[in-house]
Design a binder for this molecule. Structure first.
Ligand code: 5GP
Ligand code: ZN
Length: 119
C-alpha cells in the first residue's frame, strides 16, 4: 500500500531507528538528517516518514506530505544559517539522474557556491 514501510529500504530503516543517522530535525511526518557523504558544508536529507519512491509519486499521492518536506527543507536551511546566502533543494529522480535511494528525499545543500547548469 502507498506509504507503507519497505523492509529493504535504507531510509525506512533510518525512520525506524534501526540504522543510525545524525538527525537535525524531526516532525510528526518528516525526518531531516545529515548526508553520510556531504557534497557541501550543509548537506541534509529531508524525508517523509512514509515510503514513496520519489518526489513526484509523493506529491501525487500525498501532497500535504510533499509540502511538509519542502517546509522542513526551508527550516533546515534557516537553522544551518544558509538561508541568507542561498541554498539548493534537489530531488534526484530516477537512476539516470543520480537517484540511488528510492525513498523520496530532498537534498538541502548550502554553504558554498553552486554552478548552473548543474553537472
Ligand atoms: P540520491 O543519490 O538517491 O539522490 O541520494 C541518496 C543520498 O543518501 C546520497 O547523497 C548518499 O550519500 C546518502 N546516503 C546513503 N546511505 C546513507 C546512510 O546510510 N546514511 C546517510 N545519512 N546518508 C546516506
Ligand atoms: Zn523507504
Amino acid at each position: 500500500m502507498a506509504g507503507e514501510p519497505q523492509a529493504d529500504c535504507l531510509f525506512c530503516k533510518i525512520v525506524a531507528g534501526s540504522v543510525p543517522a545524525t538527525v537535525v530535525r524531526e516532525t510528526e511526518t518528516t525526518v531531516a538528517f545529515r548526508d553520510i557523504n556531504p557534497q557541501a558544508p550543509t548537506h541534509v536529507l529531508v524525508i517523509p516518514k512514509a515510503h514513496y519512491p520519489d518526489a513526484a509519486s509523493l506529491a501525487a499521492r500525498a501532497p500535504q506530505l510533499a509540502a511538509d518536506v519542502l517546509r522542513e527543507a526551508g527550516e533546515v536551511a534557516t537553522e544551518d544559517k544558509v538561508a541568507g546566502s542561498g541554498y539548493r533543494i534537489v530531488f534526484n529522480t530516477g537512476a539516470g539522474a543520480g537517484q540511488t535511494v528510492f525513498h523520496a528525499h530532498a537534498h538541502v545543500l548550502g554553504g558554498r557556491g553552486f554552478e548552473w547548469p548543474p553537472g
